[in-house]
Design a protein around this ligand. Sequence first.
Ligand code: SF4
Length: 361
Amino acid sequence: MNMSQKPLPEQYLSLSEEEMDRRIQQAKKVLGSKLVILGHHYQRDEVVRYCDHRGDSLKLSQLAAQAKDAEFIVFCGVHFMAETADILGAPEQKVILPDLDAGCPMADMAELEDVERCWNQITAQYQAEFVPVTYVNSTAEVKAFCGRHGGLTCTSSNALKILKTLFNEGKHVLFLPDEHLGRNTAIQLGLEEEDMFQWQRENWDIELPKVAPQIILWDGYCGVHQRFTPAHVDYVRSQYPGITVIVHPECSHAVVEKSDLSGSTDFIIRQITAAPAGSVWAVGTEINLVSRLAKENPDKTVICLNENVCLCVMMSRISQPHLLWVLENLQQGKVVNQISVKPEIAKDAVVALERMLELSK
Ligand code: SF4
């Protein structure tokens, strides 16, 4: 990310909750169908309540692309999500991120230059056909790299299907940027540790194994999910006999292995919503989503696998004052904080996204 957020004008910093609420509602009313506000599941409640749609990053971008009337898409998420909305949206739509400092550290762990170095080493050493696959939690540049090299994107919902298809076709994979989603998915498909190789982006002297591994894992991770540990699973089981532990596959394999269920945010929401009254759940994902699930399922007990360590601070940078500031600028005909992916990057990134949509049908 090379843009940074300027401080908000003073007048937005001392408004009461009621005043902000009144003015956000007013701006929404004035902008009408020209505006769509999207909110990721991990977004805080005081922002989510203004969103027209709530979902994971890909679903939100697809919704944005379908909102044909919307001239402005305000994305209450992080930078890569706004980029994806811009790539998939119509050319005349403008995507706005209310705080430019809301980046995703995991996406930023795979920089194009490093990815190219890794790829050059792989293609120079092996005869086997490698395909670059990037989790959608990655920069537009990395998505474009995958598009240019016969690769594609994936989500935590379709990673299993995509890797299975590629492995069945005899292909090997460079998986970016989340090592945990890559490893958890590969293990689900029956791969052993010796079939995988962990790339280390800081280690310039790294040597690849002589025989091509089935999958090479980038060493990126989500700091929110990586903080859950097997000890947290043991602890909740000791406190709540019969509890079901459900975690996101961005958690380490040691945590996934000890849990009862693992899947995307969408999967977690569906499982808990459909669970019988009285059931007890420990959820290993971002705290805003877990707290909302607890509120929306009052007949069940829903707790966070570890309530102390799992706020996505980057997502939380989007606040009511930031939202109000972008909306009032739009009302005055000014677009601030627009996220615009360069056309030459977007054209290759969309190839990677479309291959994913095709392969996950
Ligand atoms: S939860 Fe993790 S992967 Fe998702 S935006 Fe936050 S840091 Fe990035």
